[in-house]
Design a protein around this ligand. Structure first.
Ligand SMILES: NC(=O)C1=CN([C@@H]2O[C@H](COP(=O)(O)OP(=O)(O)OC[C@H]3O[C@@H](n4cnc5c(N)ncnc54)[C@H](O)[C@@H]3O)[C@@H](O)[C@H]2O)C=CC1
Ligand SMILES: N[C@@H](CC=O)C(=O)O
Ligand code: NA
Length: 436
């Protein structure tokens, strides 16, 4: 049988990794796919810069549209990134009746609804395993492996760069900017690294997982997004003393009122497996009503781990080339006409426990004021740690852990405590999850 011809757009970190894996493992991959897979053409706008893969026998161009419009090519692999030209190229590929594989989570989270509708109309598939948690087959696991379950919640470390930074800061005391520069040099970071450190990349990935888990349309703009740039060494240390690690989590939870969709730093008990996921590794816990909690772990970024997911998607498409489009696995796990418009909850309605660091003047009565405000807002304190006064400021850090409370009550309490004369700084708050 003739080999399937593919075109690759973008020969950067993931594009080069994909070429290398496809070439190195071509025999194994063909035995799995049932056909040979030939990289007929590849486009990169910057062909003069050195590439880390062997491009021998591939027709190269700097014009990505010429690849998308090539009638010989059946599968387009989009590895450029972003939501500008990448969106136009993917749309054009679908118009041309080609299947698409992409690692582009921004594209899927922001334009997936329209792209999937167009793909359905044209009878083609858009595959995006590499877009969430890099090499971990999490899309396949939720969409296919857990198809029997009502998914209750999922929570994941889904940004490799952010986890690498937090781990290096905690274990080696390195500073934020140095570690970020290293993550960029290793090819982990997004083109704009604020996407990594401010949680935007994680929110893209969470949006995608939540749709597949709960059968809801993609709604990136409703996700709550908070980054890791305000986490200080002292909070990392205090959390450790109290038995927790701080991780940057994406959390999606189904409640009776709707769906929580939130990305923020989170204190997790050290005994949880996910609390011990370090460096560029990612992990996602998915709780199904039948299976219970399940955990998926692996490299969340990097050339070949991500290429592993890209190539698996190519194999899936090749295997399904002859199937009737109606019988293929739906893009968002649920049949398109059965997606539900379940509301995404605002953060003020979310219930969590909190870690708070309150820097106060060292005066009698301060703690009494704070506990009075807490009790007026129905907030129960789980633990208090009072540290030594900070020398240059003369303030005392009071660390508190609370029991679960609805966020709007916590917002009110924090506003009232920050208004006290004895409290000189903004209160540091980090949400907590037991993930049990
Ligand atoms: N780097 C990683 O570990 C991971 C990246 N991703 C995603 O994979 C995609 C690619 O990321 P990287 O490989 O890291 O980026 P990169 O910046 O290393 O590579 C992008 C390549 O696209 C080329 N390019 C840009 N505009 C182009 C155009 N108009 N026509 C042709 N080529 C063009 C660039 O010259 C560059 O070689 C992004 O969507 C990213 O979010 C997903 C998972 C992991
Ligand atoms: N920048 C991303 C790349 C993978 O999705 C990350 O660091 O996780
Ligand atoms: Na994946």
């Amino acid at each position: 049988m003739q080999s399937v011809k593919i075109g690759i757009l973008g020969l950067g970190t993931v594009g080069s990794g994909t070429v290398s894996v496809l070439k190195r493992n071509s025999k194994e991959i063909s035995r799995r796919a049932g056909r040979g897979i030939e990289i007929l053409r590849a486009a990169d706008k910057n062909l003069d810069s050195p590439k880390t893969c062997d491009l021998n026998a591939i027709d190269l161009t700097d014009d990505a549209f010429s690849v998308v419009n090539d009638p010989e090519i059946q599968i387009i692999v989009e590895l450029i990134g972003g939501t500008g030209i990448a969106r136009d190229l993917v749309m054009q590929a679908i118009e041309n009746g080609k299947h698409v594989v992409t690692a582009n989570k921004a594209l899927i989270a922001m334009h997936g609804n329209e792209l999937f509708a167009k793909a359905q109309e044209k009878g083609v598939t858009i595959a995006f395993e590499a877009a969430v948690a890099g090499g971990i087959p999490i899309i396949k696991a939720i969409r296919e492996g857990l198809a029997a379950n009502r998914i209750e919640w999922l929570a994941g470390i889904i940004n490799g760069t952010g986890n690498f930074i937090l781990t290096e800061m905690r274990d080696k005391g390195r500073n934020f900017a140095d570690v970020l520069a290293e993550a960029q040099a290793l090819g982990y970071a997004e083109a704009d690294p604020t996407f990594d450190v401010e949680g935007i990349d994680a929110a893209h990935k969470l949006t995608i997982m939540a749709s597949i888990a709960f059968g809801i349309p993609l709604q990136f703009y409703k996700a709550y997004t908070e980054g890791i740039s305000k986490i200080s060494q002292e909070d990392v240390q205090y959390a450790e003393e109290l038995g927790y690690h701080i991780k940057h989590l994406g959390i999606a939870k189904k409640t009776s009122q709707g769906v929580e969709l939130r990305v923020h730093p989170t204190l997790i008990p050290k005994r949880r497996l996910i609390a011990n996921v370090n460096g560029v590794m990612n992990a996602v816990v998915v709780k199904g009503d039948a299976v219970g909690p399940t955990l998926y772990y692996g490299a969340g970024a990097g050339a070949e781990p991500t290429a592993s997911a890209v190539v698996a998607d190519i194999v899936d498409i090749v295997r399904a080339l002859t199937t009737d489009p109606e019988n293929r696995v739906p893009h968002l796990a649920f049949q398109p006409d059965s997606l539900k418009d379940t509301p995404i909850l605002s953060m003020s309605e979310v219930v969590t426990s909190y870690y708070l660091r309150i820097n106060t003047e060292d005066k009698p009565g301060v703690l009494a004021d704070i506990t009075r405000i807490f009790s007026e807002q129905d907030i129960n304190i789980e633990a208090i740690l009072q540290k030594q006064p900070e020398e240059e400021e003369g303030t005392v850090p009071i660390i508190m852990l609370t029991q679960p409370v609805v966020e709007k009550n916590m917002d009110e309490a924090i506003a009232q405590i920050e208004a006290l004369d004895t409290v000189k700084h903004a209160i540091m708050r980090i949400r907590m999850e037991s993930l049990g």
